[in-house]
Write a protein that binds this ligand. Structure first.
Ligand SMILES: [Zn+2]
Length: 331
């Protein structure tokens, strides 16, 4: 994989808005042509006539898909519920379960590949490059965030990654310094805890770039940036927002601090202050108008100094209280 330019991972990030909308529309019409059996039944029950869906602007004619309903299908039809249709799976993952029981997410090779694209844009915007040495603090468990990170950095950017799994925090700190790791990615909570431990033990850290994800970070809580920089000796802190069931990283912070939504990869709606998404790239976990549930005010299309034309999340707060650790934050 190759970046479009030194500044942008993909050219789409700077396309004119009409062109982005056109691609969104094409991908939507392609997706709705062949819905999975569960959606065929769901829409029949809601008297949806697919002939009425002529463009992505008609998406509001489809019913919303509540998160609880998706979870319910997995209790009835194990293991993948509504996604138990015939396909060649290559990997499984789960959500963090921060809002209840985790959802099981199936992946084909192509679906997994598509789930890396949003993260690649965010990591590239965070300044991660092929010359970097990268470590993800979170463990290799059923939540695939750290796998995404490693695969993007190693396979797509050409960086060197340093895997560690679950090790003692002091061993992790020693390893970071031993390998001259200059990029560390983790939840803000784990990064702060580990940074504080280094400070207490008088371990000097000089990690040039940090990237947060998995819980509310700089996008929701800009005040954590100075603390993170001070603890780690870092120059930059990037932030990625994602959810596995809707295709991985769906928004990322640019170098001017704006959280841009990967609009060509998903259709976004804000209803009663909550985020709903329709992923538009092929994913095994197919969803339409899915209740992500994160709190947000609006998604705006004002200009950003970074040159990206992707819309900007306004008033995004995530689904947890600031700083609440995710269930599997393995420190
Ligand atoms: Zn920007």
């Amino acid at each position: 994989m190759k970046a479009h330019s030194e500044k942008y991972w993909t050219e789409i990030e700077t396309w004119p808005r009409e062109r982005i909308k056109e691609l969104q529309n094409l991908r939507f019409l392609e997706k709705i042509k062949n819905p999975i059996p569960w959606y065929q039944n769901f829409w029949r029950e809601h008297d949806v006539n697919l002939d009425d869906i002529q463009s992505i602007d008609d998406i509001t004619k489809l019913p919303l898909t509540p998160k609880a309903l998706v979870k319910e299908t997995q209790q009835i039809d194990k293991p993948y519920g509504m996604w138990n249709y015939e396909t060649n799976l290559s990997r499984t993952g789960t959500t963090s379960g921060s809002t209840g029981n985790p959802l099981l997410i199936p992946y084909t090779k192509e679906a997994y590949h598509n789930s890396l694209e949003g993260g690649a844009r965010g990591l590239w915007a965070s300044g991660i490059r092929g010359t970097d040495i990268v470590h993800g603090i979170q463990s290799f468990n059923t939540i695939l965030g750290v796998y995404f990170l490693h695969d993007i950095c190693e396979q797509w950017f050409g960086s060197m990654v340093v895997p560690a799994g679950s090790i003692h925090p002091l061993e992790r700190l020693a390893m970071i310094n031993f390998y001259n790791v200059n990029v560390v990615m983790g939840t803000p909570t784990t990064l702060i805890k580990l940074g504080e431990m280094a400070k207490t033990k008088s371990i000097n850290l000089s990690v040039e770039k940090l990237v947060t994800t998995g819980e509310p970070g700089p996008i929701c809580n800009p005040s954590c940036v100075d603390e993170l920089k001070e603890l780690w000796g870092a120059k930059t802190v990037g932030d990625l927002i994602g959810t596995q069931e809707a295709g991985g990283c769906f928004a990322f912070q640019c170098e001017y601090g704006s959280p841009h939504a990967n609009e060509d990869m998903a259709h976004f709606e804000v209803i009663d202050g909550k985020l709903y998404m329709t992923p538009l790239l092929y994913l095994t976990a197919q969803l339409f108008r899915y209740e992500v549930g994160d709190h947000i005010v609006s998604i705006d299309d004002h200009d950003c100094e970074c040159g990206r034309t992707l819309k900007i999340l306004n008033g995004y707060e995530g689904h947890m209280k600031h700083g609440t650790p995710i269930k599997y934050s393995n420190f």
